[in-house]
Ligand binder design. Structure first.
Ligand SMILES: C[S@@+](CC[C@H](N)C(=O)[O-])C[C@H]1O[C@@H](n2cnc3c(N)ncnc32)[C@H](O)[C@@H]1O
Length: 216
């Protein structure tokens, strides 16, 4: 798959239709619970955080959870339907959170607008370093202290299987695993350092959540 095809695939993942957005709210409960628990475990490593940006918020599940935990939270997503469903879910949950349409690569907020930013389950869709760098730079710019970012580890059995399949059948996965060291390098460029790297489950799991903190 070429870089251009990969980039097109990434844009196709944006949840513009109601059907695409709502399908995400029907994920397996155990998967959803494990992912929310992963985010909660990362919160233990934050200090002095009151405001959060959840980017992308999808249909608002992490925005709602963070708000319930007492953070003043804003959720953004580039998909029109994702934004509409997230607004509805926030209302149904009876919480107060801003939901806006925005491109994570070009966040429309001033520097240091939020104490922390969460970028959950999108990084593995970024097709190249140019987009990864732009996204990390945008997240760091609007964050005062922390950026929490999930990624797919290349060391998990699932990632190894995907790579094997790709090389045997010339069939690339749409999901890109990236090493923690490559992510650390991009954060170092923004004067952020790694505080904690948390796998969803020990050893075996593909999904990891890394907590980065602004230097100084
Ligand atoms: C896999 S979902 C994850 C959503 C949410 N973080 C969650 O875990 O429920 C990825 C979301 O990223 C959104 N998205 C894709 N590219 C984006 C971009 N450049 N800016 C903002 N949102 C984007 C999609 O519309 C989709 O809702």
């Amino acid at each position: 798959m070429t870089d251009i095809e990969n980039a097109e695939n990434y844009k196709q993942r944006i949840k513009h239709t109601r059907q695409a957005a709502e399908s995400y709210t029907r994920r397996k409960q155990s998967k959803h619970d494990a992912e929310m628990s992963l985010i909660r475990s990362a919160l233990d490593h934050l200090d002095g955080v009151e405001t959060f940006l959840d980017a992308p918020c999808g249909t608002g599940r992490a925005t709602i959870m963070l708000t319930r935990l007492g953070y003043r939270t804003t959720g953004v997503d580039l998909g029109d339907a994702a934004v509409a469903v997230a607004k509805q879910k926030v209302k149904e949950a009876g919480v107060v959170a801003d939901i806006e349409k925005a491109d994570l690569e070009h966040l429309p907020y001033d520097e240091d607008s939020f104490d922390a930013t969460l970028c959950f389950r999108l990084y593995h869709h970024f097709p190249n370093d140019q987009i990864r760098r732009r996204a990390i730079s945008a997240l760091c710019r609007v964050s005062k202290k922390y950026v929490l970012i999930s990624y797919f580890s290349p060391l998990s059995p699932t990632s190894v299987r995907r790579r094997l399949r790709a090389s045997l059948f010339n069939k690339n996965s749409r999901q890109v695993a990236t090493s923690l060291s490559s992510i650390k390098d991009l954060f170092h460029e923004q004067d952020y350092h790694l505080v904690k790297n948390i796998p969803q489950r020990r050893f075996l799991n593909t999904l990891h959540l890394a907590v980065f903190k602004a230097d100084g």
